[in-house]
Design a protein around this ligand. Sequence first.
Ligand code: AMP
Length: 671
Amino acid sequence: MPTSTKTIEKEVKKLRAEIVRHEELYYVHDRPEISDVEYDALVERLRRLEEEHPELQTPDSPTLRVGGRPAAGFEEYVHRRPVLSLDNSYNIEDLRAFDERCRKLADGRAFEYVAELKIDGLSISLHYESGVLVRGVTRGDGRVGEDVTQSVRTIRSVPLRLKDGKEAGAGIEVRGEAYLSRKAFERINAEREEAEETRFANPRNAAAGTIRQLDPKIVSRRRLDMFAYDVLRGERKPFASHREALDWLTRAGLQVNEHRALCASIDEVIAFCNRMEAERDNLEYEIDGVVVKVNSTALQDEFGATTKAPRWAIAYKYPARQATTQVESIVVQVGRTGALTPVANLAPVQLAGTTVARATLHNEDEIKRLGVRLGDWVNIEKSGEIIPKVLGVVESRRTGAEKPFKFPKTCPVCGGVVSRPEGEVVSRCVAADCTAQLKGRLLHYASRRAMRIEGLGEALAEQFVQKKMVRDVADLYALKTEDVAALERMAEKSAANLAAQIEASKTRDLPHLVYGLGLRHVGERTAAILARNFGSLARLAAASVEEIDAIHEIGLTVAQSVRDWFDDEGNRDLCERLRAAGVRTEMSGDVGASRDGAFAGKQFVLTGKLETMTRDEARALIESRGGRVTSTVSKKTDYVVAGEDAGSKLDKAQTLGVNVIDEAALKGMLG
Ligand code: AMP
C-alpha cells in the first residue's frame, strides 16, 4: 500500500470516529459541540474521500447516512417475530380493568409495570448482525414489512454499529418508533410549501411518507429520529425485565425516551399518565398516549398474546384534540408566489389550551372535498400544525341557511388573472404587478431568516406598496427617512430606526440574501448551499444548470429554477441594483477573506492521485486562495489538475481545451 493511501485510511478512520462522537452528542445526549454546518462539512469530507477510495468504504460508515442512489422500490421482509398491535384504553376504568386481568394472570405474585410514552410515529425494526446494522424493516401488516434499510441508515439516532459488543452478539433486533420532531415537521412543511407541494397533515404522516421515500438523500435531509423500546435476540427477549432491556438499549447507543416510570401499582401508572398529559405540549415530538407494560419478561411470556396484541401491555390513549365550531367566513390570501390560500375564520373555540379562530383550508380542491359552506358547523383538529385543520362538516347541523363558497376566478387583491395549471392543486395570481405578491416578497426579504429588517412589518409593507414607494426589494435602499416618517403610525424615531435596520441589512451574509430573494424551490438550507458553493451572487447568476445540479444535495428542479430566475432580465437588474446600493453580494468569512486571493473566481477540477497531498488538502489550499473546486469538467473550468492515473475528466478537459496542469504546477501557483 503506498503511504498516501495509508494516510488517507488514517484520516478516514479519524473522521468516522469524530462524526460518530458528534452524532451521539447531538442525538443521544442533546449536547452538540459543533454546528450543523460543521457537522455537514465533516460528513461531506468523508464522503469525498470514500468516493475517491471506494476500497475504504465500510458497512457502518456515517456517510451511509447522507444517502446513496434512489431505490427502485422496497422489498418485502417477513418478521422473525410478528410486530403486534396494542390493545387500547381510553379512560382510567379501562386501565384498572387491564390491571385486574394482569393480577389474575399473575395469580398472587407481585409484579411491576413500566409506563412509557406512546410516540406518534411508525414502528420500525432494526436488525444488527455482529453489532452492525444490516437491515431496517417497517411494521407493514405485522407479519410482513418492507425493507427500508436505506432510509433507516439516515437516522442519526440509529447507531450503525452497536456499542455494547459483548451483548450485541449475533441476530439482535431492536424495535422502536421512528418519528419527526415538531421542529423538523414544521421545517419540512415550510419547504414543501416553497416547493409548491402539498403539506403533510401531521408528523406521523410525514414520518411514514419519509421512511418510504425512495431517494435517501431526501430522507437524510428530513431528519427522522427514533426512540427504541424493545430488543430481541432471535425470537427471544434477552433480558429478565423490560427495564433492563431499556437500560441496555441506552448503553448500546440507541435513543430511549427519558420519560418513563417503573410503577409498583396501577395508581402510579395513572399518575404518570396524568402528569405526561399535562406535559404533552412541551414535548418536542407528538405523543398519542402512554404504553403500559408488565416489567418481568418471564411474566410477559406467561401472559402471552392474542393474535392481535400482547396481554401484558396496553396503550392508554389521550383524547383527540378536536373541537366543533362554526365557519363565519372564508378569506383567500395571496402569498408572495401568487398562491391563493383559503382560510376559514371560525367562531372562537377552546382547543388544547388555546383559543382557535382560524383554520386553513389549503386549496380549492380541499374546499370541494370537505364540501364546506359559509355558516357550516365543522370539526377541527390540532395535530402538529400551528393552524388547526378542518376535518369535516357536521351535516346534521345544517339549517339550509349555509351558503356555498365560490373560489375566486381572479386575484382577490389585484383582480389579475388566476391560473391553475393541469394537475396542480394551487391556483396562482400571475399578474406581474400584483400588490399582494410584492408585499409578500417584501415581508419575506425582511424576515428574520432572510435580511432581518425588523421594523418592516405587515402594516408598513402595505403602505409602501399602496403608495408605490417600493416596487421591488431594491427600492427599500432608496427610501427617504422623511417620506417614511410621514406614513401612518410612523414617527421620526421609528422611521430612523427602520432606516438603520435597512442599512444594517446590507452586511447580511450571502446565504440570507439568496434566501431573501425568494427564488422558487430555494429554501433557507438550499440558499446556504448555493451561497457556499458559488461564493457570490454574480457567480451563481452565471452558473449553468449543469453546474448547479452537480452540487451534492442539489437536484435538477432547483438548478432549473435558479437558472430561470437569473435568466429573467428584471431579476438580473434587481441584483445589479442591490449590489449598487451596497448590499453584500459576496460570501464573507473564509471565502470572502480570500476574495482577492490569487485564485479568485477560478474553477478547478481535481483528478487522479496526487503525490504530496490528498485531494482534500489540495481543495482546501485552492479554496483558501479564493478558488473553487468542482467535480465536473465544463467550459467554465479554468484548470484541471491531473495526478497519476487521471481518467475521463482528463479526456474531457482535452476535448474542451481546458488548461491541464500537474501537481508541481499547482504548487507553483499556490506559491
Ligand atoms: P397501535 O398502532 O395503536 O396498534 O399501537 C401499537 C403501536 O404503538 C406500535 O406498533 C408502535 O408503533 C407504537 N408505539 C409507540 N410508542 C411505543 C412504545 N413506547 N412501546 C410500544 N409501542 C409503541
